[in-house]
Design a protein around this ligand. Structure first.
Ligand code: FAD
Length: 310
């Protein structure tokens, strides 16, 4: 429930065309799953964000921030509060004028776009991330990684906004972000990432493009890219691989409703069509219990939950 006074104050900040009421979250998640958010709004500037956060703080309104929704499982009931998405000024990318290996990327910019920009300019180091279907903000939050690289390797610093008073921007250096395996200091939940400064290396444009193509082919070959999913469902456990443990437990193809452990890659739960959040949760619970029974390893979810839990 969003209070009348919250709605009134939000309308004074964000124009009507950027307010979506009862917006199905299935439109904003790569799983194509999720009931309606009471209100989804797009914030385009830092000033708007500070004003909106001030309202949400003083009104004690419930809210979440969503990037490209590629690591989210949202409840079938949806989300009763406000969903913030970044756009406008947050969807930018530029090179430092003096040091062309330093690149500033707005939090909403998608990884695919970042990859094209860097390839065109012959900047290397981001190839590992080119096929990750998230925003740069979500990638820094998750310390997303693939093919031997992770965001930690290329992030110079992060510009962020505190979600409590005085809502002022701050700079976090790489070490301040406390990057770990699929984790960062941002996961404490007290900041919103506004932009990421990355340090790349000068490279050969053709070689960079070739590496990006090679990794895209690997993804297409190994991953169920034709089905909606949130990527790897579980984190890699210490000393093993989630996909191998799931496959060894005989769970490939295990399904509940429209959700299924991918036959192509056991690390992915996919939406085969019409899957509900509850179907995915049921598959995940069964996978965890079975893998634990067979290997003694309890898999931890990589996917993040909105208004639902295992
Ligand atoms: C087909 C497929 C393949 C994938 N492959 C990989 C892979 O190889 N490696 C990998 O690591 N991941 C992979 N993923 C998972 C996903 O793409 C990454 O976790 C990605 O970084 C999530 O970014 P997002 O913008 O979609 O974030 P979302 O899913 O929207 O959000 C994830 C979390 O980040 C938070 N967040 C998002 N933006 C911000 C911000 N600006 N400030 C603060 N918090 C923020 C959200 O609140 C949420 O808690 C894959 C997913 C799919 C569907």
């Amino acid at each position: 429930m969003i209070s009348e006074s919250t709605i009134k104050r939000i309308k004074e900040i964000i124009p009507e065309e950027r307010l979506l009421w009862d917006e199905p979250m299935s439109r904003h998640t790569s799983f194509r799953i999720g009931g309606p958010a009471a209100l989804l709004l797009q914030v385009n500037t830092e000033a708007e964000l500070a004003d909106v956060l001030t309202v949400l703080d003083t009104e004690e309104s419930e809210y979440i921030l969503v990037g490209n929704g590629s690591n989210l499982l949202v409840s079938d009931e949806g989300y009763p509060g406000i969903v913030l998405k970044l756009g406008g000024d947050f969807d930018t990318i530029s090179q430092d004028e003096d040091d062309d290996c330093l690149v500033y990327v707005g939090a909403a910019r998608l990884m695919s776009g970042v990859s094209s920009y860097l390839t065109e300019r012959g900047l290397a180091g981001f190839e590992f991330a080119s096929g990750i279907p998230g925003s740069i903000g979500g990638a820094a939050f998750m310390n997303a990684g693939a093919y031997g690289g992770e965001m930690k390797d290329i992030v110079e610093s992060v510009r962020a906004m505190m979600v409590s008073k005085p809502f002022s921007p701050l700079i976090l250096r790489n070490e301040d972000m406390e990057f770990g395996y699929r984790s960062s200091r941002a996961q404490v939940g007290d900041i919103i990432i506004l932009s990421v400064t990355m340090r790349l290396k000068r490279g050969d444009r053709t070689e960079i493009a070739a590496r990006v193509s090679e990794l895209a082919a690997k993804r297409n070959d190994k991953q169920p890219v034709n089905y909606p999913s949130a990527g790897s469902t579980f984190k890699r456990p210490v000393g093993g691989f989630a996909a191998a443990l799931i496959e060894e437990a005989g769970l490939k193809g295990y399904r509940v409703g429209g959700a299924c452990v991918s036959e192509k890659h056991a690390g992915f739960v996919i939406n085969e069509g019409g899957a509900r959040c509850d179907d995915v949760l049921a598959v995940m619970r069964h996978v965890r219990a079975t893998v634990y029974e067979k290997s003694g390893i309890m898999l931890e979810p990589e996917v993040r939950f909105v208004n639902c839990s295992l």
